[in-house]
Design a protein around this ligand. Structure first.
Ligand code: TYM
Length: 332
């Protein structure tokens, strides 16, 4: 937030006021499993959600829409998705959520509890609105056209204001929610919105799990990840000599971008890195080698936590305090 990577919000001030005045709030976010594992960019909203849960002691709901990418025809079979569902769940648990205050649910499994609320939501979304919001066409599967109703349902899990940390691409769902929720007697959702993490391949490029050279996947071996960092595009000059003379361009450099988002917590040290690059004192090789070490350490720790998550998963999915309550949830 300090670095403005989370750059926008809706009604965050109302959420904080609710908290201060004792009405509370709850957190909601999600991840749609696909045919590739999650990458580091996908972790960002979860890191933010976990931080907020820790600070405010509130419940967090995490949706795993295991039908979404299939309906969007981004994968060929449900089987392909199934291979990644549990790994995604473990990656999310590894971020450090509270097992008694967090419920992780897969749509296909939890649909019995979601469906009544989805019907209520769906009644308020016309096809014209859905088309205008998501760009649906005559070729879109009817399942995908209904799906926004499902993504909205968790915002109705409690009679409190939801706060959703996510990247900007998810905002359209929740703009719709804000029109519908008051009609159903629920709070409009609040949002905390981030930009996209750049891929390693260039400034503003998308980190995409289907382009392995652009992304650090959470199951890459630390050595593999380090190699990718060393191959990254940078804001450096054609030769070391030129760079020493006129300096690099951190503004267009994915390596600097990554330091600024996840790998340099200290503002002063980040600024020093910026000027060392600009002035030509720091060359790309050295800067990448340092980042590679930090990425390796991050992955080692994350992958250790994924192993530990295995033992905790049933609490998040079925029998933790919040999870067991949610298996009896129904909209009034
Ligand atoms: P999905 O699986 O595409 O993405 C999961 C989350 O990661 C964010 N994200 C990114 N953040 C930073 N940098 C990136 N390069 C990057 N790519 C993706 C997404 O904004 C998302 O927050 N429909 C959703 C699943 C979902 C959901 C939700 C997301 C269901 N309910 C509630 C947020 C809130 C999806 O396909 O996410």
């Amino acid at each position: 937030m300090r670095r403005k990577f989370f750059f926008a919000h809706r009604d965050l001030d109302f959420t904080l006021k609710d908290y201060k005045e004792g009405r509370g709030f709850f957190l909601y976010t999600g991840r749609a499993p696909s045919k590739s594992p999650m990458h580091i960019g996908h972790l960002i909203p979860f890191i933010m959600t976990k931080w907020l849960q820790e600070k405010f002691g509130v419940n967090a709901y995490i949706m795993i829409p295991d039908e979404e990418k299939y309906l969007a025809k981004k994968v060929d079979s449900l089987r392909e998705v199934e291979l990644h569902v549990m790994q995604d769940v473990l990656n999310i648990i590894a971020v450090g959520f509270d097992p008694d205050k967090t419920f992780i649910f897969k749509d296909i499994e939890f649909i019995g509890r979601l469906y009544k609320a989805a019907v209520k939501v769906a009644r308020h979304i016309t096809f014209s609105t859905a088309k205008a919001t998501f760009g649906f066409t005559g070729e879109t599967s009817i399942g995908l056209i209904f799906y926004p109703a499902l993504q909205i349902v968790p915002t109705l899990f409690e009679r409190k204001r939801p706060l959703i940390p996510c990247a900007i691409d998810q905002d359209p769902y929740f703009r719709l929610q804000r029109d519908i929720a008051p009609k159903l007697g629920f709070y409009k959702t609040s949002e905390l919105l981030s930009k996209f993490v750049w891929g390693l391949t260039g400034p503003e490029s998308k980190m995409s799990a289907s382009k392995p050279e652009s992304a650090i996947l959470l199951n890459d071996s630390p050595e593999e990840a380090a190699k990718k960092v060393k191959m990254a595009f940078t804001g450096g000059r054609a030769t070391a000599e030129e760079q020493r003379k006129i300096g690099g361009i951190p503004e267009i450099c994915p390596v600097y971008h990554w330091y600024s988002i996840l790998f340099e917590e200290d503002d002063k040290k980040l600024e020093e890195r910026y000027w060392a690059c600009r002035s030509g004192k720091l060359l790309c090789g050295e800067c990448k080698a340092e980042l590679a070490e930090r990425v390796k350490a991050f992955l080692r720790q994350h992958q250790r936590r994924v192993k530990d998550a295995e033992k905790l998963k049933d609490k998040f999915l079925y029998d933790g305090k919040l999870a067991s309550k949610m298996w009896n949830w129904s909209i009034d």
